[in-house]
Ligand binder design. Structure first.
Ligand SMILES: Nc1ncnc2c1ncn2[C@@H]1O[C@H](COP(=O)(O)OP(=O)(O)OP(=O)(O)O)[C@@H](O)[C@H]1O
Length: 764
């Protein structure tokens, strides 16, 4: 657009040497080794700034040319946020998508290269030749910051492993930046066209991407969206693109998990980026390149991959990809170890160094402090892409349901029903889940719509139900029961083993994006089309929201809840096991049962559920009373119930009646233990978690200790008093004896003196 005020930034011909071998560029070297900023026009050249440095800054009418700090490095988002008074804020306004032929700054758009949920990328011609021109087309909150951040980071990277930034106008009503045009298809296009790559090419991709990630790591950034569509296969190298959601290590400022779900590392689902999160995605990418498919349902498996999870892959590659995709990020090898392993593989080295693939301590560079953080939500890229496969009512980023993919409880259960081939049970699982967490999470969407969205987001292909079973929740339960598989809600629930069914139809090859797009809208014949438009009902009493089949499956069998944790073999770690510890914020199974208890039984359950809590409070109160100084507080043990129980205990155990108050006191926690155990039994029958008796046992133990200490102290006091009394007695006795002795002696002396005197008198 000719009326746009444009800043043109001509960068030096080359930054530091490209680690990824970035020799070839579609953009010829710019005419000046220094950055040139012009207010307008493709040819106008402003005087060079005072320092030969690069900076991406928003420009425009509000910013006089050269007002930015010369010599500063990448400054992007902060400058825009603080100083942009322009007409566009990037929030709340729809971004225009430019048409081919339009002019942006000095560039004319000659064709589309592709687009994501965030931006459109065009082939454009301008001064210096052809460029890839990226235009922000997403108007959601934070998009502009993200876009500016991407341009700033590209500039910092200077073409090392990534396209080199050429020019930017980030303050235009249609923000854009021009970068080096990397010729070639993306790796997803290449695999779609040619099938899996030979090992040699897979290793070259690994080598180049590892180099690019190392450069990023030096800048303390993660890419967070390593996937085939984000790597361009140039004739001489593989170039990583799309830094839109790159983020400083260890930051959790984003309110959304980010990345493309199929390739996302498990820790990103809980928004805890790790320095080795990209390693995980790259490991999956290599598997995809080598086999043409992604391993099945990784995100919620909660364990490391095994060879059985991966299609036929060159045995030399296997240890590498298994190490890279370890579930715990700290178990994955660091980048430099991986680079060395890849080099060994590429050189056909006979002996791989296994130490390189072992878990290694976090390196200094990985621990690097966050100095720059690109702000903004990265979830848009993944979720909008996934949502876009829905034909009608496309899901938009920001809808409540887009966060459901990050709910481990729900997704763990869906992963199970899907894995068993019972996609038809999913709607029931979802509706029960919504009844538990609140229908607002559905954002007015019907369970069928949500299911479609989740299936598309997870790239899950339609499953085939085993013969002889109905594709319903009840059918799933019947199937699991028949095959001796753990059932939902079993008290011994631990994660399910990854089951490779012998049923060929149940082996679900993940789809490519394209396949998912084709399949997802019509993947399931179950719900009638009308059902898709029926929104989830607004809150109604819990019993009405409970799906019919969750109240019973077969005559004489306990009811199953679709989102209850499944029973699984003991010892296996995983998402379900984590849920069972009861500490998770998404303990929807419990909630579901709480809310889903029907009618009078539900009220009864609630009342019974509170009895142990009241008893525990009373028992703790009594404990406090045992502390010297607090014994003046009124005792709950005097209540008729406890007094009667105390009396019963004394008579049954034939104790001294003096123990009556103590036994009444002790009856409180003991009654708590009994009621809690009963509640546990009651809940177990209703498939809920058992009652907890340990707090009462704790009270009893403390009570016994306090009483024992009190007894010991009392005994010691008694013994001391007795000893003191006896000593006193003895002392008095001795004193008496002494006094008597003295008196006797005195009398004896007196008598003998008198006698001597009398004898001495002359007249005697
Ligand atoms: N430098 C480049 N040279 C050539 N083609 C490019 C370049 N950058 C991007 N493309 C093409 O444009 C497409 C979209 O680019 P990019 O992934 O950066 O957009 P996006 O909107 O950020 O996507 P996403 O939604 O994945 O974040 C790419 O798949 C690629 O085909």
């Amino acid at each position: 657009m000719s009326d746009e005020t444009t800043r043109t930034t001509a960068l030096p011909p080359a930054g530091p040497p490209a680690r990824g071998g970035g020799q070839a560029a579609a953009v010829p070297p710019p005419p000046s080794p220094t950055r040139v900023v012009t207010p307008a026009g493709p040819t106008a050249m402003a005087p060079p700034p005072t320092a030969p440095t690069q900076a991406v800054q928003p420009s425009g009418a509000g910013h006089p040319v050269g007002s930015h700090t010369a010599g500063s490095r990448a400054v992007g988002a902060p400058s825009v946020r603080q100083g942009d008074p322009g007409p566009r804020t990037g929030q709340g306004t729809a971004q225009r998508i430019p048409a081919t032929g339009e002019v942006l700054g000095p560039y004319q758009l000659v064709g589309s290269l592709g687009h994501g949920g965030f931006a459109h990328v065009y082939r454009a011609t301008g001064p210096g030749g052809e460029v890839a021109l990226k235009v922000l087309t997403n108007s959601e909150s934070g998009s502009l910051d993200r876009f500016v951040g991407e341009a700033a980071l590209l500039e910092r990277l200077g073409g090392r492993g990534f396209p080199r930034l050429v020019t930017a106008d980030l303050q235009s009503p249609t923000p854009w930046f021009a970068m080096e045009l990397v010729p070639g298809p993306t790796l997803s296009q290449r695999v779609a066209a040619d099938g899996p790559l030979p090992l040699r090419d897979v290793l070259r991709v690994a080598d180049d991407v590892l180099d690019a990630l190392a450069v990023l790591q030096e800048e303390h950034f993660l890419h967070r969206d390593v996937k085939p569509a984000n790597i361009i296969a140039a004739p001489d190298r593989y170039v990583l693109i799309d830094l839109g959601i790159a983020k400083g290590h260890g930051t959790t400022t984003s309110t959304h998990a980010a990345g493309t779900i199929s390739y996302m590392a498990p820790e990103l689902f809980v928004r805890k980026p790790h320095a080795r999160s990209d390693v995980y995605s790259l490991g999956l990418l290599l598997i995809f390149l080598a086999t043409g498919v992604l391993p099945n349902d990784l995100n919620f498996a909660g364990r490391d991959l095994t060879a059985a999870d991966i299609g036929p892959v060159d045995p030399r590659l296997l240890p590498l990809v298994l190490a890279m995709t370890r579930h715990r990020p700290e178990d994955r090898p660091p980048l430099h170890n991986l680079s060395r392993t890849v080099a060994q593989l590429a050189n056909d080295s006979a002996a791989l160094d296994p130490a390189l693939l072992a878990a290694a301590g976090v390196t200094t560079i990985e621990r690097g402090l966050v100095t720059e953080v690109l702000t903004g939500s990265g979830a848009a890229a993944a979720t909008v892409t996934a949502a876009s496969v829905l034909v009608s009512n496309p899901v938009r980023q920001g809808e409540p349901i887009t966060n459901l993919v990050y709910d481990q409880q729900l997704m763990g259960r869906l992963h199970q029903v899907h894995g068993d081939g019972f996609d038809g049970a999913a709607e029931e699982v979802i509706s029960t889940y919504l009844a538990a967490v609140g229908p607002q999470r559905a954002g007015g969407r019907a369970p069928a719509e949500i299911k479609d969205y989740l299936w598309a987001a997870m790239r899950w292909a339609p499953a085939f139900t085993p013969e002889g079973y109905q594709d319903t929740f009840d059918g799933w339960i019947a199937y699991r029961r028949r095959h001796g598989l753990p059932l939902p809600g079993s008290p011994t629930a631990t994660p399910p083993p990854r089951r490779q069914s012998s049923h060929p139809a149940q082996r679900m090859a993940p789809l490519t994006n394209q396949q998912a797009t084709q399949v997802a809208p019509a993947f399931r014949p179950g719900p009638a089309p009308g059902a898709r438009t029926a929104p989830v009902p607004t809150p109604t009493p819990a019993p009405a929201q409970r799906p019919m089949s969750s109240t019973g499956t077969q005559p004489g069998t306990p009811p199953q809840s679709p989102v209850q944790p499944p029973a699984q073999p003991a010892g296996a770690p995983g998402p379900t096991a984590r849920r069972d510890d009861g500490a998770g914020p998404n303990d929807t199974g419990r909630d579901a049962d709480r809310r889903g208890s029907g009618g009078g039984l539900g009220v009864l359950a609630t009342i019974i559920g509170w009895v142990p809590r009241v008893l525990l409070a009373l028992a703790l109160y009594q404990l406090v009373r045992l502390v010297p100084g607090f014994d003046a507080m009124p005792s709950a043990a005097g209540l008729p119930l406890f007094a009667a129980l105390g009396g019963l205990a004394v008579s049954t155990l034939s104790l001294d009646p003096v123990w009556l108050p103590r036994m009444a006191e002790l009856s409180i926690p003991l009654l708590g233990i009994v009621t809690s155990a009963f509640v546990g039994l009651f809940r177990a029958v209703r498939r809920r978690r058992g009652g907890r008796t340990w707090p009462f046992w704790l009270v009893v133990v403390v009570w016994v200790i306090v009483i024992a200490v009190q007894g010991a102290v009392g005994y010691a006091q008694q013994v001391t008093q007795d000893a003191r009394d006896s000593f006193e007695q003895q002392r008095e006795q001795i004193q008496d004896d002494l006094e008597q002795g003295v008196q006797d002696t005195t009398e004896d002396v007196r008598d003998s003196v008198w006698e001597s005197i009398e004898n001495a008198l002359p007249w005697n």
